[in-house]
Write a protein that binds this ligand. Structure first.
Ligand code: PMP
Length: 458
């Protein structure tokens, strides 16, 4: 373990998200100290290429001075304004209006949160309020995907399908249900796009039938499931699910926390299929990690359903001290400007074919069974047997070895436990950054392949 004085302080006092606490105490923290463009520097002075944009959020890259200036100016002028008691601030109002301008046309109203989890949670609360307000109080059941991720709040973690978020937390709740994820590489009925779309729609219909249409409130999905393993459904899947929800009278909620803000090409993944959700959840790329912020966008019908049925003088009992925080909003406005006028969305779109090709080329590597991507969101899935897609024995802890080897090769990405390697390079990546990324990634995979027990497992 490092002898850096902060390591002992961290071990003694700081609780980290999503780590094994015992393992963290033994291993110690890796301290990141600074960043510029696509690169990070750790406390030892090692420069690392970040192929994951922090946690799929720093879409504009590090060190964007105009964002720093926007935050500093707003802090100097007015660091905080509450949204309670009918107060507000200019950047928050402008950001809401700008988001509505950029989002699918169905979405007209914005509630700001501090991140994705409380945005998902707010969406659930607004939907519940909406049905209670509009005389359909039985509509309380929520459906999501078996590999979906919708945050870490009590309600959101129940919609999140990853078992580790349930274990010891007494979720999901009885009104939270799952249907199988579209997973082209491992779909039991085959990877043909029409089959995948049809099986998903049928699963949703069957689940709604089982619960009773009058009891189902909403279906939540990510356009591409991120934390569930970067599962890229065929084009047309999102639209088919949207249409099915309309037909079933179930609200369609798209969680674009990862896929939003140019990550998959367009500003929002919904755009690629002309999908107009009833609600949309965003975070991460909204402020590109420079300040915490998320948002729920909702249709006029949902907003008016709540607004028009309120008894006079009674507020909606939902609020956060830092909702629509003016500094985060000022950051968001500048980040959105960088995507659009700043040319980052266009750069991301222009670079995506290089990214996709680099992943696809790695299919020739003995460890790689699948390569999938859309825009600058992608993954490799490592398998012990390419013919029958057998996974590696978890006892090999391949993902941990890969993360260690990658770090040694000065590359950062996400190695999931089931040996999916997730990539989300920043939209500011240059051609050289991609060359370096794939050079370091290939070296990492080769080194791991050279380990005797990994070779034996193939
Ligand atoms: N939804 C999705 C799709 C996410 O990927 C995440 C975070 N990875 C969240 C919600 C929760 O966001 P946060 O971590 O900001 O609370």
């Amino acid at each position: 373990m490092s002898t850096h004085p902060l390591v002992a302080l961290d071990r003694d006092h700081l609780i980290h998200p999503l780590v094994n606490y015992q393992a963290h105490e033994q291993r110690g923290v890796t301290i990141l100290e600074s960043g510029h463009g696509a690169y990070l520097r750790d406390a030892q002075g090692t420069e690392l290429l970040d192929a994951f944009s922090g946690l799929w959020c720093v879409n504009v890259g590090y060190g964007q001075e105009s964002v720093v200036r926007a935050a500093a100016e707003q802090m100097r002028k007015l660091p905080y304004a509450t949204g309670y008691f009918h107060f507000g601030s200019e950047p928050a109002i402008r950001l809401a209006a700008r988001l509505v301008e950029l989002a699918p046309a169905s979405l007209r109203h914005v509630y700001f949160t501090l991140g994705g989890s409380d945005a998902d949670d707010s969406a659930i609360r607004f939907i519940t309020h909406y049905y209670n307000s509009t005389g359909r109080p039985a509509k309380k059941h929520f459906i999501s995907l078996e590999r979906g991720y919708h945050g870490s709040s009590t309600m959101g973690a129940g919609l999140t399908a990853l078992a580790v978020f349930h274990h010891h937390f007494d979720v999901p709740l009885p009104q939270q249900h799952k249907i199988p994820s579209p997973y082209p590489y491992r779909n039991p009925a085959g990877s043909d796009p029409d089959t995948i779309i049809r099986t998903s729609v049928e699963a949703l219909r069957a689940k709604v039938r089982e619960l009773g249409q009058d009891n189902v409130a909403a279906f939540f999905c990510e356009p591409i499931q991120g934390s569930g393993g970067v599962l890229v459904p065929p084009k047309g899947w999102l639209k088919a699910m949207r249409d099915a929800c309309r037909e079933l009278d179930v609200l369609f909620v798209v969680d674009e926390v990862i896929t939003g803000f140019g990550r998959t090409g367009p500003m929002f993944a919904c755009e690629a299929e002309h999908v107009e959700p009833d609600l949309m959840v965003v975070a991460k790329g909204l402020t590109a990690g420079y300040a915490p912020m998320g948002a729920v966008l909702m249709s006029d019908a949902v907003y008016r359903g709540i607004a028009d049925n309120m008894p006079a003088g009674v507020p909606v009992g939902h609020g956060h001290t830092y909702s629509a925080h003016p500094v985060s909003a000022a950051v968001g406005l500048e980040v959105l400007r960088l995507y659009t006028e700043g040319g980052l969305l266009a750069n991301g779109q222009a670079r995506a074919p290089r990214f996709e090709q680099g992943l696809r080329d790695l299919l020739a590597h003995p460890l790689v069974g699948d390569a999938r991507s859309r825009g600058l969101l992608g993954a490799l899935e490592l398998v012990a047997d390419k013919a029958d897609k057998t996974r590696f024995d978890p006892a090999l802890k391949l993902h941990e070895r890969i993360a260690v080897a990658a770090y040694r090769n000065r590359l950062v990405f996400r190695a999931f436990g089931d040996n999916v390697l997730g990539f989300a390079p920043a939209l500011c990546y240059t051609a050289d950054d991609f060359d370096l990324m794939f050079e370091r990634l290939t070296r990492t995979l080769d080194e791991v392949l050279d380990q005797a027990d990994v070779r034996r497992a193939l």
